[in-house]
Each structure stands twice: as structure tokens, then as C-alpha cells.
Design a protein around this ligand. Structure first.
Ligand code: PRT
Ligand code: ZN
Length: 283
């Protein structure tokens, strides 16, 4: 049995639960409960505040956890980052009032900067030889300049609209973050085996999300050209159609290349192109 710590309620919660379910793991989730046990996998889930997750994992209260890299690095705990999970992407940035001039980070010398991330910011400023006063506050960092608490802030940015609506301008990217799976460093062989199985499932889900299954019909004299456009997992499957001189081609395409490939396939003579999602992908 392994224990996984996830955020109880916040920006990571829904995607964390979705990922566990996509791995084929079933459990009953009640918003009132602090923990739940999976019914078909040796896994117990603990629901915690995200800031507590690195420490719980480092101490071994939980074996693994899902948390933002920003929280992991800020907490400075002995927990291993095992796998990037691709959701809750954001950045930690320095912002100043939009009317202030800002030429380089050296302009922050002697200034007051409000943040909830004193460790990450402190390291960044030290690496750039900037001496500024860091004011640690736990929330509503974006209002600090307007109430006269600080001349600049360092906070999480996603779309950027919070900064804009508070009259601030992003001037430095300090740290890039996404949700990650973290692990305790001293796990038993048995627990490591269970985590290996879980990671295998997570990676299969991630590969599937990046890929699409494609089916199309093409005249036989276009098949060589189409094969070169669709390498597939090994090679595309080519099946004869009931109509003489035509074949059906089945393959897998990467989502990033998708539109470019579709155009080229049409130019090569492909017809009746179907694109369908893939649920799991085992290579
Ligand atoms: O209660 P608990 O302590 O568990 O949760 P929390 O309130 O500390 O964290 P939560 O749920 O807000 O965020 C959890 C994690 O989501 C963060 O640690 C980041 O890794 C990630 N994340 C992704 C974000 C954002 N996007 C985000 N936009 N965390 C916070 N924000 C906030 C930011 O602080 C700012 O106030 O959203 C605002 C900026 O958003 P934009 O879109 O206006 O730029
Ligand atoms: Zn938090």
C-alpha cells in the first residue's frame, strides 16, 4: 500500500483526481473526508493543503504527492521530483506598477518586494547580485504596491489578467512551474514497485493525450507517399478496401504535428479522414 498526498481543494485538486482516475484507479471521494482508499489499486489518498505536501512526503507520512514545482522548491524539503504532470502550468514573476520605469533587474536594488515565495525570490536576487528587502505575505500579493507596502511584487502568473487589473507589469520571469509527482527518498522495495506501476500508467495516459488515432482511405498509388507522412508507432496498418485500387490506412499522429500532417495527407490524395482520441497508449 502507498499513500499519495494531493491538494484538498484548490487549483491542483481536480486535475490530480482526474489523473488518478485516468490511471484506472477507482475510489470514493467525499469532500468531507481527509483520506480515502482505492478499491482496485494498493493506494490511499490523503487530502491536504498544497503547502504541507512536500513536508509530509519528506517525512514519510505520505510516500508520494502531487504539488506545484513552485511549492516544492519553496518548501526546500528532501523530496524527489519523479515526474512532470503537464497541468497547472504557471510562472513566478516579478512585477512593478505599469507606469514605473524598469530597465533591468538592477533597478530593484534597495527596493521592497512583496511575495509568498521568499526562498525562490531570495535565491534569484542573490544570483543576480541584487540587494532588496523581501516582505513575505501569504496572500493578495498583487495589492502590495497600491497600499504602499512594496515597490514590486513576485507572484504566480498564469494568464496575466490579475497583474493587469492591478495596474502591474511583468518584468522578470523568476521560475517556471507545473504540477509534479514527488516521492519520499527512502521507500521500501515493495512501495517502489507499486510506484513503478503507477508511473507506468501515468506515462501511458500522458502519451495517449499527446496522440491521435487516424484512419483514412487512399488510392493505392498514394500509399507510399502517405506512409512517409504517417510513421505511426511502428509503421501504419494498410488494409485493402472493398473497392478495387483503394486502401484504408490506420496510424497514430502527434497532436503537435496534427494540422500540418492533415494538409499534406489531403494533398497526397487521402479521403474520408477520421481522427479519434486515444485513451491509453502502451509502447
Ligand atoms: O489552500 P491551499 O494552500 O491548498 O491552496 P493555495 O491557495 O495555496 O493554492 P492554489 O490552489 O491557488 O494553487 C495551487 C497551485 O496551482 C500553485 O501552487 C501553482 O503551482 C498552480 N497555479 C497555476 C496557480 C496559478 N496557476 C494561478 N494563476 N496558483 C495561483 N495562481 C494565482 C496567483 O497567485 C494570482 O493571484 O492566480 C492569480 C494569477 O492568475 P492570472 O491568470 O490572473 O495570471
Ligand atoms: Zn497553498
Amino acid at each position: 500500500m502507498i499513500r499519495l498526498a494531493i491538494q484538498k481543494s484548490g487549483r491542483l485538486s481536480e486535475d490530480s483526481l482526474k489523473l488518478i482516475r485516468e490511471c484506472g484507479i477507482s475510489f470514493v471521494n467525499s469532500s468531507l473526508k481527509l483520506k480515502t482508499e482505492a478499491t482496485n489499486f494498493p493506494l490511499e489518498i490523503l487530502f491536504l493543503r498544497d503547502d504541507d505536501i512536500p513536508e509530509y512526503v519528506a517525512d514519510g507520512v505520505a510516500d508520494i504527492g502531487i504539488v506545484g514545482q513552485n511549492v516544492l522548491v519553496e518548501a526546500n524539503q528532501q523530496a524527489l521530483e519523479v515526474q512532470a504532470l503537464g497541468f497547472s502550468k504557471c510562472r513566478l514573476s516579478i512585477a512593478v506598477p505599469k507606469t514605473d520605469t524598469f530597465n533591468s533587474i538592477a533597478d530593484l536594488n534597495g527596493k521592497n518586494i512583496a511575495t509568498s515565495y521568499p526562498n525562490i525570490l531570495g535565491n534569484y536576487l542573490a544570483a543576480h547580485n541584487v540587494k532588496a528587502q523581501i516582505h513575505t505575505i501569504s496572500g493578495s500579493v498583487e495589492i502590495a504596491p497600491s497600499i504602499g507596502l512594496a515597490e514590486a511584487i513576485c507572484d504566480i502568473v498564469s494568464s496575466g489578467s490579475t497583474l493587469i487589473s492591478n495596474g502591474l507589469r511583468e518584468v522578470e520571469h523568476v521560475f517556471k512551474s507545473e504540477a509534479v509527482l514527488i516521492s519520499n527518498q527512502n521507500l521500501s522495495e515493495e512501495k517502489q514497485q507499486i510506484i513503478k506501476q503507477l508511473l507506468f500508467r501515468i506515462q501511458s495516459v500522458q502519451k495517449a493525450q499527446k496522440s491521435k488515432y487516424i484512419l483514412l482511405n487512399a488510392p493505392n498509388d498514394s500509399i507510399e507517399k502517405i506512409k512517409s507522412l504517417l510513421p505511426g508507432m511502428k509503421a501504419p496498418s494498410i488494409l485493402p478496401l472493398a473497392e478495387a485500387g483503394w486502401s484504408s490506412v490506420h496510424s497514430v499522429v502527434n497532436e503537435d504535428d496534427f494540422w500540418e500532417i492533415i494538409e499534406k495527407l489531403k494533398d497526397a490524395g487521402a479521403q474520408g479522414i477520421l481522427v479519434v482520441p486515444i485513451e491509453k497508449m502502451i509502447l
